[in-house]
Ligand binder design. Structure first.
Ligand SMILES: Nc1ncnc2c1ncn2[C@@H]1O[C@H](COP(=O)(O)OP(=O)(O)O)[C@@H](O)[C@H]1O
Ligand SMILES: [Mg+2]
Length: 217
């Protein structure tokens, strides 16, 4: 499992966001896309996860160029191999936490619904076990962040892309989230986070710095 950036550039409406980005992420590794606000972290995460096409260069997945991938190939990649956690968490506010996790059941009833072991463990590690029947709308930003992460990690995806995973978390929850992401890498996933949190960058195996000399700006 690998994803490589081969001389990637992003130019939006004549404005160069970054250029000449070369990097490689292997399974088992956690990599940080870092740099100041507006330096292109979210944009590069979008390019690496094939949500956006680079203006120049190539994203190489498992040794295969994705330049000519069809929408169908990209969708298969997302479905079979990818988990995303977006900065706005991607929660459906008017549904329960349980629905947001399963996309199946409106309410959690311990007599009727058996929680898969992995889900149950992730919920208790994030302190969200008692919140399954709460509407997503009532959760704080940090709680939504943790639910979004549980949803992403539960899938056991090969590639995990997370935008600012620790942005709205206090010290304790930040430690929990970093621990969970490291665990995902330890079982072999490619974990890519965009972040300006120095503590998180320090916990990564490699960093890709944007908005500096490296970005070619
Ligand atoms: N769709 C878009 N249209 C125009 N400008 C964009 C678009 N997406 C991103 N940008 C610009 O690209 C730059 C990088 O944005 P972003 O990737 O969100 O940075 P970061 O995540 O590091 O804060 C910003 O200046 C932003 O305004
Ligand atoms: Mg961003």
């Amino acid at each position: 499992m690998t994803v490589e950036l081969d001389d990637v550039a992003c130019v939006i409406q004549g404005n160069t966001i970054f250029r000449h980005i070369n990097a490689r992420v292997d399974g088992g590794m956690m990599v940080a896309l870092t740099g100041p606000s507006g330096s292109g972290k979210t944009t590069l995460l979008g390019i690496m996860s094939l949500l956006m096409k680079p203006s120049e260069g190539d994203v190489v997945v498992n040794g295969e160029s994705t330049l000519r991938w069809t929408d169908r190939q990209r969708r298969a990649f997302w479905r079979n191999a990818v988990s995303f956690v977006y900065q706005d968490y991607g929660m459906i506010d008017e549904e329960t936490v349980f629905y947001n996790l399963t996309f199946k059941h409106k309410h959690y009833n311990p007599k009727r619904n058996r929680l898969p072991k992995k889900l149950s463990r992730l919920l208790s590690e994030t302190g969200m076990s008692g919140r399954l029947n709460d509407l997503a709308a009532v959760l704080s930003g940090g709680e939504k962040q943790r639910v979004a992460l549980v949803r992403a990690l539960w899938k056991r995806s090969a590639y995990i892309f997370v935008d600012e995973p620790t942005a709205s978390l206090d010290e304790i929850n930040r430690g929990i989230v970093i621990g969970l992401l490291r665990q995902a890498a330890a079982r072999g996933a490619c974990v890519v986070v965009s972040t300006h949190d120095a503590a998180l960058v320090n916990m990564c195996d490699r960093k890709i710095l944007l908005g500096g000399a490296e970005s070619g700006k």
